[in-house]
Design a protein around this ligand. Structure first.
Ligand SMILES: NC(=O)c1ccc[n+]([C@@H]2O[C@H](COP(=O)([O-])OP(=O)(O)OC[C@H]3O[C@@H](n4cnc5c(N)ncnc54)[C@H](OP(=O)(O)O)[C@@H]3O)[C@@H](O)[C@H]2O)c1
Length: 342
């Protein structure tokens, strides 16, 4: 199954609610309009195809480039495409892009730790959504690692998102947060296995027997967000984890072998030395290495999600949620590097 087919599957499997809870302020076909920032991202695509597939929402997909293959495929599915410039200083253009939207889905793209822009970007997005008159914001956040670890583990791409969430809580707008587990796609995109001596070596950034939450962002984000936009009052103020499986590297490798028939072995990319041994290119960015190591040490020592979250929520509402095994079967991934569009 291709990633495009997965997108379509996500659309067909759209969540269980029956009526959109958001009221359309400028009704076209009586359907509320949701603007999605980062619409061509893995999580954004899932949101767009699921909302459109539900038949209950219109979608405006925000992108830097309307000519990209991903933006065009969202347009073919029925999304209205709006271009917005990247980076800071674009409040006005964002307000224009959000105008008319009843709800907005916001994510902040990966950025260099050196740039330190994620909080400012998230704040800019939230301010623009409020100024454009959106009645509900869903922001893709993560835990406040700085606070939880008392500054012991550097993971600014978590903490900055938590600070954006705090900022959104201070605004006079209804809001909810999704918090995505580690992506399965990290192994296809960034931490790619290598074939050596007839065996596939899988360097994984966690200790072999540590069970961590994982998810497929391409199929799991949309159903969670559809549920929230269908019931914004129920989820106002809530932070909702999106999880597909809770699984250790040992179990991931065993499952991979069973599903693919390829002999595979775990390799430790948890330690700084292990990470740099298997992925030497990271060494060019010392701050990034500190951040990657800080993030995984945080996850192992404190738990990826804070203890008060209901880790079953997304799987209860989305019966089609993919476990690691189902992800492997659906994607037919056999250890190769795979891009995700863009
Ligand atoms: N990997 C994980 O395990 C994990 C887990 C939880 C949360 N996250 C978070 O998820 C986010 C990434 O989500 P994703 O993987 O779904 O995204 P993605 O697939 O990497 O896509 C990022 C999108 O953002 C846009 N973009 C890229 N660079 C940009 C820039 N400099 N300014 C504005 N837009 C830019 C691009 O869209 P256009 O070209 O169309 O503009 C692109 O489609 C990160 O914040 C990460 O911390 C990751």
């Amino acid at each position: 199954m291709t990633m495009g087919q997965l997108d379509e599957r996500a659309a067909r499997n759209a969540g269980a609610s029956t009526a959109p809870g958001l009221r359309a302020t400028t009704p076209a076909n009586g359907k509320p309009l949701i603007a999605v920032y980062g619409a061509t991202s893995k999580q954004g695509r899932s949101v767009v195809v699921t909302l459109l597939g539900s038949g209950r929402f219109r979608v405006r997909a925000l992108t830097r480039n309307r000519d990209s293959r991903e933006a065009q495929s969202l347009e073919k599915l029925g999304a209205e495409i709006a271009t917005v410039p990247p980076g800071l200083g674009h409040h006005k253009e964002l307000v224009t892009a959000f105008t008319g939207a009843d709800g907005v889905y916001l994510m902040t793209p990966q950025s260099n730790p050196q740039d330190d822009v994620e909080y400012a970007l998230g704040k800019q997005l939230a301010d623009a959504a409020v100024d454009a008159g959106a009645s509900h914001i869903v922001f893709s956040t993560l835990e406040d690692v700085e606070k939880i670890t008392d500054g012991k583990k550097p993971a600014p791409h978590f903490t900055s998102k938590a600070r954006v969430a705090d900022y959104i809580r201070s605004l006079a707008v209804s809001h909810s947060f999704v918090m995505l587990a580690f992506f399965y796609t990290n192994f296809l995109e960034y931490y790619v296995p290598r074939m050596e001596g007839g065996k596939l070596l899988m360097p994984i950034y966690l200790p072999e027997d540590f069970r961590a939450p994982f998810v497929d962002p391409l199929t799991a984000t949309g159903p969670a967000v559809l549920e929230i936009f269908s019931n914004p009052d129920r989820y106002n103020g809530a932070t909702l984890p999106v999880v597909g499986d809770i699984i250790s590297p040992r179990e991931m490798v065993e499952t991979f072998q069973r599903v693919t028939g390829i002999e595979a072995e775990y390799r430790n990319a948890y330690s700084r030395e292990g990470l740099l041994h298997y992925f030497p290119d990271f060494a060019a960015n010392e701050l990034l290495v500190d951040e990657l190591v800080g993030m995984v040490e945080y996850a192992v020592e404190y738990g990826y999600f804070a203890a008060d979250h209901d880790l079953e929520w997304s799987r209860r509402l989305n019966q089609a949620s993919l476990s690691w095994e189902q992800f492997l079967r659906a994607t037919r991934w056999r250890g190769e590097k795979l891009p995700f569009g863009i």
